[in-house]
Design a protein around this ligand. Sequence first.
Ligand code: NAD
Length: 528
Amino acid sequence: VNDVVTESRVIEIPTDKLINRNPATGEVIGEYKIASPDEVRAAVAHARVAQAAWAQVPLRKRVAVIRRFMALLTEKKESVAATINAEAGKPRVEALLTEVMVVLDWARFCAQNAYRVMREESLSHGNLVMKTKRGMLVSEPVGVVGIIAPWNYPFSIPATETLAALVTGNAVVIKPSELTPNSALKLAELLHEAGVPEAAVQVVIGYGPTGSALISGGIDKVVFTGSVATGKRVAAAAAEQLIPCLLELGGKDAMLVLEDADVDVAASAAVWGAMVNAGQTCISVERCYVHDSIYTPFVEACADKITKLTIGNGADDDVCVGPMISTRQLEIVESQVEDARSRGAHVVVGGKRLPALGEHYYAPTLITGIDRSMRLMQEETFGPVLPVIPFDKDEEAIAMANDSEFGLAASVWSGDSGHGERIARRISAGAVMVNDVISQFGISEAPHGGVKKSGIGRAHGLMGLREMVVQKYIAVERLPRVKRLWWYSYGKQFEHQMLAFVDMMFAKGTSRLTGALKSTPALWRKRL
Ligand code: NAD
């Protein structure tokens, strides 16, 4: 076994086999051999060979493969949702909504926009002396992209990143979370069936060390989604290899409910936004700031709605909130709620485990009486907890929302969309929604990513596709038989001429120009 030191304790992790369990029932749903560092390196080497061929496949054929994948996923949506439900615990309908549909729409976006990203662009030159060159930008795939994924969206996260990489001509090696390997295996199976060569999409299974083996295994870029703590290790390891990294990290998203918001609609949004996927969503509502004038009815509405949620195994039709992924994640949530309670916070609803349902259930929790010293306000909670905090002036709400080391997403709620938009512009986050929450993840055109400690780079949108290419500049000189004026040799006359050119291009007046131009033919003849 390897030892992995987390912030709070040392966890022993196996090096031979990985056992996958259903978080709702504890039932074993898969057993896998862990990929050794040599196997990871070999996977990357195979991917490199496959990538060279895949990049030569004409774009329209790669797009056709993506469209076949869409058709297959549409056909097999129920079994994919069932796979996700069985290993991540979320309700099947949520798996359809937040994973399958997100991936289908992203595949649609890739198919429609890959041409735009891969199209060669001509580049006109502003500099007078460079006008004899024809410039162009050529987009090329990065090469072999290593994708390290978390457990909370075990299908949609690796799928969106993989599709972006494939359509632009890259090969991919995916290291799924140790808690949810089946969804990534299902993704690879569907892609292979759609026509992606086996070696162009591979899955390596294991814990953190398998992820680090991937980063040092010869990849050209790492795309990481996970916690800030691991993200820092990934960035350091990528720096060691001098490869670029895209980091999609944690969040502490604020929801600002302004004086003129619809209380009932905003309360429904807060409850869904905080509890969807049992709160284990990077852009879930983690802090809800509500104007004093509507604070009491808002808290009452949230309490009422939370009490009505059905909690249980997400495989059952009526269940709204499933289990948490693991005991470890449950303990983090529990310790933050206890910290808040011990400092005077008031648990309005929930605030306890639900052992009668199983080992990993935590009651959807509404909590008030919060202040910024509490861990619940500082750290990512990643559980079904909705802290509600009153405010008096918009300025105060903006300051509290921005008072975080995270900056992933946020939402603003107002009956006046102009008012909401003005506040949205002042929130430090990668995305802010006015009168909606979380759904930007399902808008393929919208770039997804954070500021501050929430990450570096963007997934989704054109920016997400462009993360998977490198732009090469090519310049073709139109006068191949003419020597450049700035080549050797140098001398006083050449210096005068350069001074004149600088003046001509960047200074007012052209005093030196005439003399300089006169001497040009003579200088040209002197070029070595
Ligand atoms: P995590 O950081 O524990 O693990 C993420 C992945 O990294 C896993 O596959 C893990 O095995 C791997 N890993 C662990 N140590 C590694 C190392 N040293 N080198 C390389 N890989 C390593 O995160 P998690 O618990 O799986 O996911 C939850 C976190 O992910 C939350 O913080 C959440 O906010 C974040 N997240 C962010 C986004 C986003 O888009 N910004 C989306 C989903 C989840």
